[in-house]
Design a protein. Structure first.
Length: 194
């Protein structure tokens, strides 16, 4: 995978990095939650571009935890953004399986090996670093994952391996999303004569 592809959007959103001061991950989520303890469905739509019926379907299928008093907390929003960033290149049931591999049941935080907001932060930090590389390979992805997760503390045996395996899958899948987006844009330009 020797492509240098940049992403102007915050992963999982339709927001430009430049419009948010270049921040991603927890810094981005902290801006959203700066003056509130939860966000409404309409705000999630504005951030991610996900329509309400899609999110309701994800909740009905058990892929997303129900909102509390019609508000989603920081971990729920991170969870939604992770699904959203992967859904153009992975089947939703595979995304669900991957998230369960990391954190078990969506409605039970006691079996989580990492909070969704922290997972999203790792994803964003890894992507931010990799996008500065001229050449990106599986080896460089693994190196950056290892470097970024050095401070991770296992709460159960084998959690680090599960986390690093899942991060590699997520990062490679997201790169596939970016490659597909690039290809689609090029094809559209040829098709429309632009």
């Amino acid at each position: 995978m020797n492509l240098q592809i940049k992403d102007d959007l915050i992963p999982g959103t339709k927001l430009l990095r430049s419009d948010m001061g270049g921040v991603t991950g927890l810094e981005f989520l902290s801006k959203i939650f700066f003056i509130t303890d939860g966000v409404m469905l309409t705000q999630i739509r504005e951030i991610s571009g996900i329509d309400g019926s899609t999110l309701q379907n994800w909740t009905k299928r058990g892929w997303v935890e129900n909102s509390k008093l019609k508000k989603y907390d920081i971990n729920q929003v991170a969870h939604i953004l992770i699904i959203n960033m992967l859904r153009s290149c992975m089947q939703l049931d595979r995304i669900s399986f991957l998230i369960q591999y990391i954190n078990g049941r969506v409605d039970d935080r006691s079996d989580d090996i990492i909070g969704d907001a922290e997972l999203y932060d790792y994803i964003c930090k890894i992507l931010d670093r990799l996008m500065t590389y001229e050449l990106c390979s599986i080896g460089s992805i693994r190196d950056v994952i290892k470097d970024e997760t050095v401070g991770y503390k296992e709460n159960i045996e084998g959690a680090r391996d599960r986390l690093t395996n899942a991060l590699e899958i997520i990062i490679v899948a997201y790169y596939a999303t970016l490659v597909k987006k690039h290809s689609d844009e090029r094809l559209e330009a040829i098709y429309t004569g632009r």
